[in-house]
Design a protein around this ligand. Structure first.
Ligand SMILES: *Cc1c(COP(=O)(O)O)cnc(C)c1O
Length: 344
């Protein structure tokens, strides 16, 4: 890995962050707070939330087995994706390399930040080669994006191959694990202590059932987390989100139950799909969705919309011609989808 100072944009490396009232005084003992121009009425919503989300991070640190100073929290993973560009990539100069197809926000944020987005196509089993990815890099490549399990293909990427990229690339490798709670494969989190150029992203939006509260996390070296904290908006995680996430983390067994049920339903739905005359292929998956190649994805998508059932049409995505992406719902919802498709 290159020294962090060479990877981070110069203006960010030298940035003096905004110092909020809650940064300057964060002790607990005081009882009169006249420092932040808050309204003294309407508790608890009158007070600014903790800019570093300490209570929430204490709990998350226990659940995830990652030290608190290696934890960054964002307004969804999307904030952590955008921050990676703003921290590491000089607009108009630097570039990033990603697998394709993958999650659309990597490219959108690259475009917003005027950063060249290079892609390397997955093979017909939706896997990648470290050598090919590294061959697409040059001196101005700051980031490599990996997503495992990958969206929209559903499969986990080969773990040894991902490690090879992390070990051989001089810049930052980001592994997006939004769907890791559904996967057989182990998280890359364990690799963080020995790989300071690795960033692992997860989210409360999928297995945790918390898409509405917007809470994404990035696990990374304490040095990288400190830089992210310097660049983020001071109060990026609002009080309601912090409170709700704390409640959710107190009962992680509920999540285990949801995951178990969803995986059972996934098995049922996928085997039913493979019997449908309109379905040509069901791809293996490690996530709470699967990709199905249909006889005519657009026509079937439109037909389902007419019946009030929305799936994701991925037919215009590379390697996904005529594919629908199906999220696993409740047993009732899945059954309704199957019934509709049998009548097509
Ligand atoms: C759904 C998803 C996310 C989640 O994003 P949030 O902003 O945390 O809701 C992140 N990455 C991938 C690949 C996803 O599919």
């Amino acid at each position: 890995m290159k020294p962090l100072e060479q990877l981070v944009r110069r203006n960010i490396w030298g940035l003096a962050p905004y110092s909020s009232a809650r940064d300057e005084y964060s002790g607990k003992e005081a009882h009169v707070f006249l420092d932040a121009n808050e309204n003294p009425y309407n508790a608890p919503y009158n007070r600014y939330p903790d800019p570093l989300q300490r209570e929430l991070k204490r709990l998350l640190s226990q659940v995830k087995g990652v030290p608190e100073d290696m934890l960054f929290l964002g307004n969804g993973s999307d904030e952590a994706i955008d921050l990676a560009y703003r921290v590491f990539c000089q607009p108009g100069v630097d570039n990033v390399v990603a697998i394709a197809p993958s999650y659309g926000m990597y490219q959108v944020c690259a475009d917003v930040n005027d950063v060249e987005y290079r892609t390397v196509l997955l093979d017909d089993r939706f896997q990648f080669s470290a050598d090919q990815l590294l061959a697409a890099c040059d001196n101005h490549t700051k980031l490599i994006w990996l997503c495992s399990p990958n969206n929209p293909t559903g499969n986990s990427l080969n773990r040894d191959e991902m490690l090879r990229v992390v070990e051989q690339f001089e810049g930052i490798v980001i592994v997006d694990e939004a769907y890791i709670d559904f996967a057989q494969q182990q998280s890359m989190r364990q690799e963080l202590p020995t790989h300071p150029n690795l960033i692992v992203m997860q989210t409360m939006s999928k297995a945790w059932g918390g898409a509405a509260i917007r809470l994404g996390m990035a696990f990374a070296s304490a040095d990288i987390v400190a830089i992210y904290n310097k660049v983020k908006y001071p109060y990026n995680i609002n009080l309601l989100t912090q409170q709700q996430a704390i409640e959710m983390l107190k009962d992680p067994f509920e999540v285990d139950k949801w995951v178990k049920t969803l995986l059972e339903e996934r098995t049922r739905l996928m085997s039913a799909f493979s019997q449908l005359p309109v379905c040509e292929h069901v791809y293996r998956t490690d996530a709470n969705f699967f990709l199905a190649r249909m006889t005519d994805a657009q026509a079937i998508y439109d037909y389902l919309v007419d019946r009030g059932i929305i799936v994701r049409n991925r037919t215009r995505v590379q390697l996904c011609r005529n594919c629908l992406r199906i999220t696993i719902g409740t047993r009732t919802e899945n059954t309704e989808l199957l019934a509709a498709l049998r009548q097509y």
